[in-house]
Ligand binder design. Structure first.
Ligand code: GLU
Length: 450
């Protein structure tokens, strides 16, 4: 039995109740074997056994009072996964589905993603089962303050720097930052994704979506093609999806779909990004509102979806950008995309494709950009925010965007060259995993058993 398989089997026994975590580990471990065979030092130093275990898991109670005066209790977590390359770095997710297994999957992914950026950041993730949907601003503020009342002990500008993820945007980061400042009396870059008024970086809001399109462009250009003039489907309607749509227009492509937890929009003329921003960023409304504002757009509610499938994947397209959440694209969806002639899939969400869907994309030979490479622009720009905070500087939008473009180009080149070295040039899953892994593993070996 191979080393990777042995570690995987052991993990399946230990963490049977954490299926998404096991899925994320399996996706990585099953591609690492050629690198492990090539260099026995990784097995000698038990790197796989060590890298799959978080350095530290912090769990805590979050209690707060809602607008009716009722006491509410949520669970809070921070998974400090790996600090070989730098301070722990990764977002916070506030969503009712959050549990330790989900945060371990996200934290594990973050180690390799952050390594791929080429920047000095370790991997972490955190969050809560708190649902910001339907809560008043004051309730969100009270919750964020209660969450930080515990988290502040474990974070710091050179220790652990959280940011946003699903359910955590500029508003939440602002409240978290305010409470950290109050508790510690220090004004430091402890969070990223901050408002530009108090240390946020220009282009951080746009970075994950823009970076995803830059990555897809590199993949297409690698095949002598381009995204220009192409019809694109996008899932999700949050920050990643919105700025993915915006950048697609900049490069001459046309996004025709977006979706949220209640339904999807098909707008054959192209998604109106200004309307999407108004609906989601300003009104915090559902996509039914988009359909009200754009009469030509077709809205399909989730109740009309065939079981378990998001119908955005049925819309004929040249390129697809899953930007909603994990496991939103299954084998059937992958088959529908391929049958309709889709040539490129670039993942803005974290692990949006099931393992079966990933295999279908790899087998088909289309351009497939796995999330830890394709969506790394967000966290990379977070590190640019940390650099600006640490040096007390403020860079203009073009400076940050140029750096982001350079980073996405490097990630693509690194994943592609690594995949080529191992004889599978079009397998960017293998390329990204091995390239991300080797840096972390070599740093762990150099730092000793500690
Ligand atoms: N949550 C984002 C991610 O999945 C961003 C993390 C960050 O900026 O630290 O990469």
């Amino acid at each position: 039995m191979s080393y990777a398989q042995h570690v995987m089997d052991d993990l399946k026994q230990k963490y049977a109740s954490e299926p998404v975590f096991l899925q994320a580990v399996q996706e990585v471990l099953m591609t690492l074997q050629p690198a492990l065979d090539k260099d026995p030092k990784y097995q000698q130093h038990k790197i796989l056994e060590r890298i799959v275990e978080p350095e530290r898991i912090i769990g805590f109670r979050v209690e707060w009072v809602d607008d009716k005066g009722e006491i509410q209790v949520n669970r809070g977590f921070r998974v400090q996964y790996n600090s070989a390359l730098g301070p722990y770095k990764g977002g916070l997710r506030f969503h009712p589905s959050v549990n330790l297994g989900i945060l371990k999957f996200l934290g594990f992914e973050q180690i390799f993603k952050n390594s791929l950026t080429g920047l000095a950041i370790g991997g972490a993730k955190g969050g809560s089962d708190f649902d910001p949907k339907g809560k008043s601003d004051i309730e969100v503020m009270r919750f964020c303050q209660a969450f930080m009342n515990e988290l502040y002990r474990h974070v710091g500008a050179t220790i652990d720097v959280p940011a946003g993820d699903i359910g955590v945007g500029g508003r939440e980061v602002g409240y978290l930052f305010g409470q950290y400042k109050k508790l510690t009396k220090s004004y430091e870059g402890v969070l990223t994704g901050k408002n530009v008024l108090f240390g946020g970086s220009l282009a951080r809001t746009e970075a994950t979506g823009y970076g995803n399109v830059y990555f897809a462009q590199h993949m297409m250009q690698g095949r002598g093609d381009s995204l220009e003039g192409k019809t694109c489907v996008v899932s999700g309607a949050g920050n990643v999806a919105t700025y993915c749509c915006e950048k697609l227009y900049h490069i001459g492509a046309k996004p025709v779909t977006v979706s949220d937890s209640r339904g999807m929009i098909y707008d054959a003329d192209g998604i109106k990004v200004d309307v999407l921003k108004q609906v989601k960023e300003v009104e915090r409304a559902s996509l039914t509102r988009y359909a009200e504002l754009v009469p030509g757009a077709k809205y399909t509610p989730v109740s009309e979806y065939p079981a378990g499938r998001n119908v955005v994947w049925n819309v004929p397209c040249d390129a697809a950008f899953p930007c909603a959440t994990q496991n939103e694209l299954n084998l059937e969806d992958a088959k529908a995309l391929l049958a309709n002639g889709c040539k490129c899939v670039s993942e803005g969400a974290n692990m949006p494709s099931t393992l079966e869907a990933v295999h279908a994309f790899l087998e088909s030979g289309i351009c497939y950009g796995p999330s830890k490479a394709a969506n790394a622009g967000g966290v990379a720009t977070s590190q640019l925010e940390m650099a600006q905070n640490a040096s007390m500087q403020k860079w203009d939008f073009a400076t940050v965007d140029n750096k982001l473009q350079g980073i996405m180009g490097n990630i693509y080149a690194n994943a592609f060259e690594t995949a080529k070295d191992f004889g599978q040039p079009n397998n960017l899953v293998l390329g990204a995993n091995i390239a991300g892994f080797r840096k972390v593993a070599d740093a762990m070996i150099a730092q000793g058993v500690c």
